[in-house]
Design a protein around this ligand. Structure first.
Ligand SMILES: NC(=O)c1ccc[n+]([C@@H]2O[C@H](COP(=O)([O-])OP(=O)(O)OC[C@H]3O[C@@H](n4cnc5c(N)ncnc54)[C@H](O)[C@@H]3O)[C@@H](O)[C@H]2O)c1
Length: 420
């Protein structure tokens, strides 16, 4: 027998464009009282006269107040030349401050409003020591709020330590009668904040590139943008697929970096007036530099030499054109360190008997889906001596006796290696 969901008493603060439709969906199953500073009416949500009325005695209190930018950032006029700005958290902070005086640890406060990564931990939770706090942002579009809520791509839940039990389990229990078997993405507050905002900006990036194809069509002629995007959107091996969605080394090879350079040239020649790939190339270089800094620091702290495991642009080939390993090595050398290469395909087969800091540049299981069954240690081109440090940008190297593994990108339980 499946467990029955509890009859949660729900409070809802902020009945605006997102909040009211959500509160009404919740009211189809739960007892919901909502509060807004502006006058609101609803057939299914009881409207409280005061915030306290929507909070006291409630099991779960949702917050969907606005996190605005100044009106000048509204999008009616160009914003690209304006200073980048964080959201304004004053409305959220003000509500949390008031809630703290009204709540107890028996109550779960769930923030839906959009915030930048780090905001919950650094700015919000300290305002609400009296209640438990979850970040639960929605991937919802105007015009289809109720449908999106009932048919979500995923439900994102952020807790202090990323635990799936406790408060996260309670919120899943809350959604059970409302949403049929959703996919849950559960992580720390900070991971949930990242999922939400990178989800939206991934969409912006896709649209930015397909609309560039539209501009190329109109600037050059002889091109129907739909012929091009239809071919790309059906490319479910590499483009519309999970591939290249694992962070690691940057892309390389004889084609990709040069294609980016050539597209920058085309954008100029066609006078499109913007340069998307400038930012992409510059980011790729800075990312290589960041990784190089981590390798250099690890080597300097332990006084060890640096080995890059994988010189070719991908495992199993002899080609080094456009190899991201060479780019990382460039930055390592710029910091005054020599790089020892090891890669059987490029003829680099030194005998390594002393410990070193190994940058694990190649991971065949990421480069070739068919290699997914290979043991992860196969990614090493030699037997690592005891005392070795492995910097693994793919976060796959198993814990091994006598080897220290730095899983670059997994900073959940340690300070960030690039922290300013
Ligand atoms: N609208 C969407 O489709 C959507 C989708 C995903 C995320 N979001 C995020 O959800 C949040 C809310 O967005 P929205 O579009 O509903 O904004 P909105 O401005 O339409 O609604 C916010 C509501 O909160 C109320 N409010 C402000 N301060 C309050 C207080 N102290 N007490 C009670 N009510 C208060 C306002 O009066 C308003 O009705 C934002 O962070 C937004 O980024 C919105």
């Amino acid at each position: 027998m499946t467990a029955r969901t509890a009859a949660y008493r729900v409070g809802f603060i902020g009945l605006g464009k997102l909040g009211m439709p959500c509160a009404e969906v919740f009211a189809s199953h739960y007892d919901v009282i909502g509060f807004d500073v502006a006058p609101r009416q609803s057939e299914s949500v009881r409207i409280a006269a005061t915030l306290a009325e929507a909070v006291v005695g409630r099991d779960i209190i949702f917050i969907a107040v606005e996190t605005p930018h100044e009106p000048a950032y509204g999008g009616a006029a160009p914003i690209s030349a304006m200073a980048p700005r964080d959201f304004d958290y004053q409305p959220v902070k003000q509500v949390l401050g008031v809630l703290n005086a009204l709540t107890t640890r028996a109550q779960l406060v769930v923030l839906i409003s959009t915030v930048l990564p780090g905001t919950s931990r650094n700015q919000l939770v300290s305002l609400l020591p009296n209640a438990r706090f979850i970040y639960n942002p929605y991937l919802i579009a105007m015009g289809s709020v109720k449908w999106d809520l009932l048919n979500p791509e995923m439900i994102i839940i952020g807790t202090e330590d990323g635990a799936r039990t406790g408060d996260a389990a309670m919120l899943q229990d809350f959604y059970r009668p409302l949403v049929a078997e959703p996919r849950y993405a559960i992580g720390t507050w900070d991971e949930a904040e990242c999922i939400k905002i990178f989800y939206n900006t991934f969409i912006s990036m896709k649209i930015g590139i397909v609309n560039m194809i539209q501009d190329v069509a109109e600037a050059h002629g002889h091109i129907d943008v739909d012929v091009v995007t239809d071919a790309l959107k059906a490319s479910d091996q590499r483009i519309v697929s999970p591939r290249y969605m694992t962070a690691g080394m940057g892309d390389g090879g004889p084609c990709h970096p040069r294609d980016n350079i050539a597209l920058r040239f085309l954008a100029q020649r066609l006078d499109l007036g913007y340069d998307i790939f400038d930012a992409i190339i510059a980011s790729r270089e800075r990312q290589a530099h960041n990784l190089a800094r981590v390798v250099v620091r690890a080597a300097e702290r332990r006084d060890l030499p640096i080995v890059i495991n994988g010189k070719a642009y991908k495992p199993g080939v002899p080609f080094t054109d456009g190899s991201y390993s060479l780019l990382v090595a460039h930055y390592i050398e710029a910091e005054g360190h020599r790089v020892i290469w090891i890669d059987p395909c490029t003829g680099d087969t030194p005998t390594i008997t002393h410990p070193a800091v190994f940058l694990l540049a190649h991971d065949a299981t990421v480069a070739y889906p068919a290699a997914a069954q290979m043991p992860r240690t196969a990614a090493m081109y030699c037997v690592p001596p005891t005392g070795n440090v492995v910097v693994d940008p793919w976060r796959q190297f198993p814990p091994s006796e006598g080897i220290e593994v730095i899983s670059f990108g997994n900073a959940r339980h340690r300070p960030g290696l690039l922290a300013p």
